[in-house]
Design a protein around this ligand. Structure first.
Ligand SMILES: [Mg+2]
Length: 196
């Protein structure tokens, strides 16, 4: 069976990568629990936002994104269950990426997948506003972005939508047609339960 999986916030911890840049520059100790919103710079006190915004727009940040501790294990479990995983990301594809940055972002993303030995079939670079259309082809999708999961869960769209529980999506509570999962253990359990 086929599944698609978001990268940032699901497999890769780009929030921690960004906060490490800020902490390294200012000697602060911010961690991802402060992030009530996905646009990370806005979660920080004002004096750090400009630096964070510049760091966030630098494609080199993509090379420093750590895997969530259970992500590799989770992907390997899915492969063992016979599930084929294709990554899908807005990196390089949405309007916030333009020109050479878009090309570099895609190159760094391919390198990152290879370097981390992720057991995936490929990667799609898709504008987030269209992710639900592509996800329909897969039938199962994992995301951390509330706007994206809401579109995916709309009637007649994606059969199984999993929302990876993260600090920046907790305020939403329950969303019809969406199952909130805690970490990759939660993903594996949810898909086992569904017999997918
Ligand atoms: Mg994401």
């Amino acid at each position: 069976m086929l599944m698609t999986c978001d990268i940032d916030g699901v497999v890769g911890d780009i929030v921690t990568a960004l906060l490490r840049e800020v902490n390294g520059r200012f000697g602060t100790r911010f961690n991802s629990e402060i992030c009530a919103k996905y646009k990370t710079a806005e979660n920080l006190p004002k004096q750090y936002q400009e630096y964070a915004n510049v760091a966030y727009r630098d494609p080199r940040l993509l090379q420093k994104v750590p895997l969530f501790p259970d992500a590799l294990w989770g992907l390997q479990e899915l492969v063992a269950m016979g599930i084929s995983v294709t990554l899908m990301t807005g990196r390089g594809a949405s309007e916030e990426w333009y020109g050479d940055r878009s090309i570099v972002a895609r190159k760094f993303t391919f390198d990152w997948i290879v370097n981390n030995e992720l057991p995936v079939n490929g990667v799609l670079f898709v504008d987030p506003s269209e992710k639900h259309c592509y996800a329909k082809l897969f039938g199962v999708a994992i995301e951390d972005d509330l706007a994206v999961v809401r579109r995916m869960a709309a009637p007649a769209f994606v059969d199984t939508v999993l929302l990876m529980d993260r600090p920046w999506n907790r305020s939403a509570g329950a969303i019809p047609g969406v199952e909130r999962v805690k970490g990759w253990k939660g993903v594996v359990e949810a898909l086992r339960r569904k017999g997918k």
